[in-house]
Design a binder for this molecule. Structure first.
Ligand code: HEC
Ligand code: HEC
Ligand code: HEC
Ligand code: HEC
Ligand code: HEC
Ligand code: HEC
Length: 412
């Protein structure tokens, strides 16, 4: 009896726990319903002179970088008061207000008495839902972005917890019913009886379950399509159309490792400086964008010299093309041995102001090309293998014939 009681209590607390965790997931969205777009306009008009979106320290301007953490630190009411008139709040002796004022060397934030409560909530909603480009800065050196995976594991975890807790709750109900009626019966019989007398609840639970599965399935399906045409904003408005197109700079000048290694790589800011030590102004953005290169390498335009002891900051280009970890792709194999133009896989990059992913990069895409592509045996790369070439010259080999469909060639 005691044991049984212990078990049901356990189930029940588990159920409560899951229930609560649902709410804390939901809590982050308490600004739902507010106008993010209007918030963005208000933020850009009033706040961007002192705040950027992002990490508190790293995105610091005059004030701290703003992100969802402020919702954990402060209540909504506090934030509204602060943004309307931070000095007034500091004067009331509010500890949090004084603490942040001290932390930022007593710089004073402008007061915004004309903003209504709803205006401020719109701004907060915008801070809560920043545009993707501004937060998803992935360093090119760090290969894989696991963000989308995290979301689906999270969803999955919630689903499992929910199912377990529903089961727990049912068991709890069953046990209490059993205790109440004091009838000896097996779990199965009890469940059957319970189900038939509560058919409405069971149907609702089953329907909810099916709904969740559909939603998750739909989400993961739409995730597959996301990467094609992926066109993130970059930290510097670098244009391939201008450099590779109009200026005719060869792809290999900047992506030299494409011919030598697995990766094409992104050029470091020092490569840019080969030209931009002298080209300080562009036709579209004036000095604004080029100045970001100088900031990265520590270059003083006025004296045309490098600042001594400056710690270089890598430019955080957002990675566009990205195969999953289990797939192996090698650039030099395709560019040198295969003699394939960059454009066959990346599209007309030299016409793009902003690069986007043209192809799907799915397994089917790789395989189809391997089925259709003839090996180019006249390619200088094959001169080292003369005997082999002699033997196969007439066979009209495709990539498939040399093993291009073997799983192990593309998977670790
Ligand atoms: C003139 C510069 C300036 C402007 C404009 C400005 N802020 Fe601030 N903000 C600051 C400074 C500086 C701080 C740090 C606290 C202090 O020293 O008063 C701050 C702090 C904050 C904080 C607290 C952040 C934290 O992590 O503790 C929030 C929230 C905030 N500002 C929101 C806004 C919003 C929203 C706007 C636009 C409506 C805005 N600020 C406009 C300078 C400014
Ligand atoms: C002056 C230097 C320069 C030249 C020339 C250049 N690129 Fe780039 N390339 C970059 C930089 C910087 C980036 C990262 C920023 C971006 O994506 O626009 C990049 C990004 C790319 C990407 C996307 C990489 C990713 O994140 O997945 C591809 C593909 C690419 N370049 C192909 C080419 C091709 C093809 C050419 C020749 C037609 C070329 N590039 C010429 C500098 C250059
Ligand atoms: C056979 C197709 C193919 C060809 C040809 C090709 N690429 Fe790629 N490229 C890819 C794939 C696939 C990726 C993603 C690789 C990954 O995630 O590991 C990629 C990624 C890149 C990247 C991102 C950084 C990196 O190294 O992963 C750059 C830059 C790039 N390519 C430039 C080039 C340039 C420049 C050329 C021509 C010299 C070229 N590519 C030729 C398929 C190709
Ligand atoms: C081989 C020389 C060369 C290299 C290398 C080079 N650029 Fe340029 N860049 C130019 C020229 C030329 C212009 C255009 C100047 C003009 O038309 O007035 C330019 C213009 C620009 C502009 C201004 C665009 C505008 O429309 O205002 C930016 C930003 C820029 N480059 C970024 C970069 C970055 C980032 C790199 C390194 C990844 C880089 N460049 C590498 C030659 C180069
Ligand atoms: C545009 C056509 C094309 C596409 C797309 C393509 N490949 Fe290839 N691939 C080739 C050619 C051609 C060769 C043969 C190169 C040679 O002559 O050795 C090759 C060779 C290979 C090889 C070596 C095969 C062997 O037996 O030595 C691997 C591995 C490979 N590709 C992986 C990939 C992967 C992974 C993708 C997709 C992300 C891909 N390829 C997409 C054309 C393509
Ligand atoms: C020419 C290269 C290539 C060959 C050969 C190849 N794969 Fe793949 N495979 C890939 C690439 C690239 C991906 C990642 C595609 C994506 O993310 O959509 C992939 C993805 C997968 C996945 C994950 C499914 C998914 O949609 O993410 C499995 C499983 C898989 N491959 C199994 C195999 C098996 C089994 C073989 C041998 C019969 C094989 N592959 C042969 C390139 C290849």
């Amino acid at each position: 009896m005691f044991l049984m009681f212990g078990k049901t209590t356990l189930y029940f607390s588990f159920f409560l726990f899951t229930f609560c965790s649902f709410f804390s997931f939901g809590q982050v969205d308490y600004l739902v319903g507010h106008d993010i777009q209007k918030g963005e306009e208000l933020f850009k008009a009033n706040c961007t002179s002192c705040h950027k979106l992002g990490d508190e320290k790293k995105a610091r301007l005059i004030g701290p970088g703003l992100n969802v953490e402020i919702f954990e630190e402060y209540t909504q009411e506090w934030l509204i008061e602060w943004i309307r008139n931070s000095s007034a709040l500091i004067e009331t002796g509010d500890e949090q207000a004084i603490a942040i004022f001290e932390e930022y060397n007593q710089s004073v934030m402008t007061a915004f008495p004309t903003l209504s409560d709803d205006d401020v909530r719109d701004i907060l909603a915008y801070i809560e839902n920043p545009p993707v480009e501004e937060v998803a800065v992935v360093e090119v050196v760090e290969n894989k972005d696991v963000k989308s995976e995290n979301i689906s594991t999270q969803t999955l975890l919630i689903l499992v917890l929910a199912l377990v807790s529903v089961f727990g709750f049912l068991t709890f109900l069953k046990n209490s019913l059993k205790k109440a009626s004091n009838i000896e019966e097996t779990i199965f019989q009890g469940l059957k009886k319970w189900v038939s007398s509560n058919i409405a609840i069971v149907l609702i639970v089953v329907h909810l379950g099916v709904l969740v599965v559909i939603v998750i399935g739909w989400q993961s399906l739409s995730k597959i399509g996301i990467s094609q045409n992926y066109k993130p904003a970059q930290p510097i408005e670098f244009s391939h159309k201008l450099h590779a197109g109009e200026q005719g700079i060869d792809c290999n000048y900047c992506h030299s490792s494409a011919r030598k290694s697995k990766h094409s790589g992104i050029p470091s800011a020092n490569v840019c400086m080969n030209c931009h030590a002298n080209i300080v102004e562009g036709p579209v953005h004036g000095t604004k964008e080029i100045a970001k290169i100088y900031k990265a390498v520590g270059y003083d335009v006025d004296s045309r010299s490098y600042i001594e002891g400056y710690e270089q900051q890598p430019i955080k280009w957002v990675r566009i093309h990205n195969l999953p970890n289990h797939a192996y792709f090698n650039h030099s194999q395709h560019v040198v041995a295969g003699n394939i133009e960059c454009q066959e896989c990346h599209g007309a990059i030299e016409e793009m102001d902003v690069v986007y992913q043209k192809e799907k990069l799915t397994m089917g895409w790789c395989i189809n090309c391997h089925r259709d592509s003839k090996i180019d045996l006249d390619n200088p790369y094959y001169h080292e293998y003369d005997d082999w070439v002699e033997k196969h010259k007439k066979a009209d080999l495709t990539v498939e014939d040399i093993g291009g469909l073997e799983c192990g060639k593309c998977h670790y």
